[in-house]
Design a protein around this ligand. Sequence first.
Ligand SMILES: Cc1cc2nc3c(=O)[nH]c(=O)nc-3n(C[C@H](O)[C@H](O)[C@H](O)COP(=O)(O)OP(=O)(O)OC[C@H]3O[C@@H](n4cnc5c(N)ncnc54)[C@H](O)[C@@H]3O)c2cc1C
Length: 406
Amino acid sequence: MLSEEQVLMRDSCRAFVDDVVIPFIRKDWQREWTMVPEERLPPEILAGADEIGIRTLGVPDEFGGVELEQAAEVQTFAIISEEIARGDSGLADKLVQNWKVAVLLRNLAPRHLQAKWFKRLVGDPQFLLAHCLTEPRGASDRWLPYNVPEAAMQTRAVRKDGGWLINGRKQFISNGYDAGLYVVYANSNPKAGMLQGTSSFLVPRDTPGLTVARCNETLGCRFMNNGEIVFEDMFVPDDHLLVENDALGQAGVYFRPGKIIQASKNLGVGMRAFELASNYVQNYVQGGRILIKHQAVALRIADMATRLEAVRALLERAARAVDENAPDADTLCNMVKLFASEEVLKAAQHCVELHGGNGVMLDFGVEKVLRDAAIFLHMDATVDISKFKIVKSMFPSTAGKYAGPE
Ligand SMILES: Cc1cc2nc3c(=O)[nH]c(=O)nc-3n(C[C@H](O)[C@H](O)[C@H](O)COP(=O)(O)OP(=O)(O)OC[C@H]3O[C@@H](n4cnc5c(N)ncnc54)[C@H](O)[C@@H]3O)c2cc1C
């Protein structure tokens, strides 16, 4: 049962999505295709999200943020991100990155830097945060049992008087193109496995040596500008070190809520697909009857609804497990992120197929759900790597051990 706070937040998000986001997407459907990333999402949309108080979730009250009831924080994140993604999953990506990184910072950043950066975030509706792990030569493998030096990150951090010198490159980073502040992971001990030799740093965008190299033009979720970032002899002072050497172990504060949010955004895309499809089949006439009267069509609607309910059920269970810090929370997070990505893709396929030719016409606006759903297969680990993580967490001493030479 939802709390009063959750109902209020869900209702104001729902109104924002129905009154602002969906009408914008329908009217300006060409806008996501502009190749000028800065011009894609009008600033009023993030300002609107700010007005309803969902932009700075995760930021502590004392720094001007919107702090949710702690015992159900992740469950509330799930409710809100689903609603926003029902309107647009790229917009949801932009916002949730702020929540996820805010949670990380409030756990790991020194107080004076929290005060500085949370103030910037709260004060500027366009301010975005990013979390940089993935590199051209390493992503998925780091979540496998390959805790060996040769699988380490290639971005290197070396101690230098009063701080650290960082060299390397990150790719596929959400908000990477336009973030004001980055959390960057780098190898700080080449002799250790990555679980013992990776550190994380706070890196402001204007740090000398940091270059935003490109904005990736994605298939879906296009209102979030995914970017690549290069570091060349970039110096960050000591107090910008968040975690020394066991940064990956401590990233759980980011990844657990992160996987739940990923699955709930994904569910939002599925709900939009269901909304579009169920509306169409109740109105569109073929063979002298509205589509839903044709049994093959009705079966597809039932299949969509069943898949989405199953995702929701697992999502609720996994989100509760994270809020309660249950022993199986990690396993459930990976299960729901994986399960949602495959089930919602299928629901989106039904939606597009039920629309026939209209389903693949850009101006009709339905194909977007399929494009957006496809992105979730690859975010926060691939499908196969998520499965490895699930089995590794269930059988740590066999599946969780490196399969290389004894
Ligand atoms: C829209 C979007 C947003 C993203 N946002 C972020 C972000 O904010 N921050 C961030 O750090 N990253 C981000 N990523 C990166 C994402 O986490 C990676 O794309 C994902 O982890 C997969 O890594 P990869 O693309 O390098 O694929 P690869 O690791 O190259 O995988 C390619 C294929 O090989 C398989 N594979 C790889 N290694 C193995 C292995 N050892 N055994 C078996 N199979 C294997 C994979 O399952 C996959 O099928 C984002 C990606 C996308 C698409």
